[in-house]
Design a protein around this ligand. Sequence first.
Ligand SMILES: Nc1ncnc2c1ncn2[C@@H]1O[C@H](COP(=O)(O)OP(=O)(O)OP(=O)(O)O)[C@@H](O)[C@H]1O
Ligand SMILES: [Mg+2]
Length: 341
Amino acid sequence: MLGTDIAIDLGTSSVKIYLDGKGIVLNEPAIVSVNLETDEVVATGKEAYAMVGRTSSKIRVCHPLSGGVVSNFDLAKCLIETYLRKISASRVVMPRVVVSVPCKITEVEKRAVVDVISSSGVRKICLIEEPVAAAMGANVDISAPHGTLVVDIGGGTTDMAVLSLSGIAISRSVKVAGDAFDAAIIKYIRRKYNLIIGQRMAEACKIAIGCVFPRKEILTFRVKGRNAMTGLPQWADISSDEALEALIDSAMQMIRVLQEMLEKTPPELMGDIYSDGMIVTGGSAQLYGFDQLLAKKTKMPVHVADDPQDCVAVGAGKAIKFIDDMENKTYGVLNPLSAAY
Ligand SMILES: Nc1ncnc2c1ncn2[C@@H]1O[C@H](COP(=O)(O)OP(=O)(O)OP(=O)(O)O)[C@@H](O)[C@H]1O
Ligand SMILES: [Mg+2]
């Protein structure tokens, strides 16, 4: 079976598949669009993403995964099947799979993830907790008796954890991440300019000029939408300082949860973290100034991982080599995988 095992990161924004020996072979939006009259799936992934905010009364765009858990079983199954079929052209037959899951999900939610994937004909499924995978993907040695703090800021959730000995010492998960930043921009522009913009426009604005720490040089971005009073088309030029005003509350909400977790972290691990600093991963780690804001508020060094949005998938991919130990119940191995089905 060499070379046929895979790892899947079921994100709120995108699904990433890692093929053993090859790296990330698929990265597609976790979106499905459905024909409301026939209940048929009309598009998945990039094609469905192009329909966001542009649907007719016949089509609905759905996110079957939210916060790393399955919110619509049938659509999630369809999405996974489509993606596994896409990569199976490159000879993956009944693979063994490592799937990343948020650390604070219930047994029922875990079971739903396992059922969705096993119904696509997968032989063996192992779970890995997202912060563990994120740290491995950022090249941290997590097997040592040494504390590591990881903060993964994704699309739907921010997962934060202190790791030691390949496991989680303490963790928190909060539903404030990329989607909440988009929503904050939509709300701000509506309130200040009476202008209604769509989610894709808000995301583009966030990526172009968004920041949670003042930029050295002020940037602007033109948002286009509809006036809430007149219903007519309207645009506004938004500056990066306005974006900061829109985003700072959500960022602080997330940092307060982190501070609360740090207050409860055992002192020995805290000592390790204070000298090493924290690792930040996830797509939203790229938001301008997040590292500076985190460093200012926690008074510790902050390192944003290279290619932060890929860390969870790459880390889950690195954990593929532990599947054998999980199957054979090898003792004396600190296994980063958390469960096998
Ligand atoms: N340059 C950027 N600046 C700010 N945000 C960005 C940038 N690039 C991507 N993002 C945001 O990153 C988020 C996606 O990140 P990621 O792929 O880590 O999420 P996910 O794993 O699908 O979600 P989750 O982990 O919450 O389930 C989106 O909200 C996207 O808008
Ligand atoms: Mg993620």
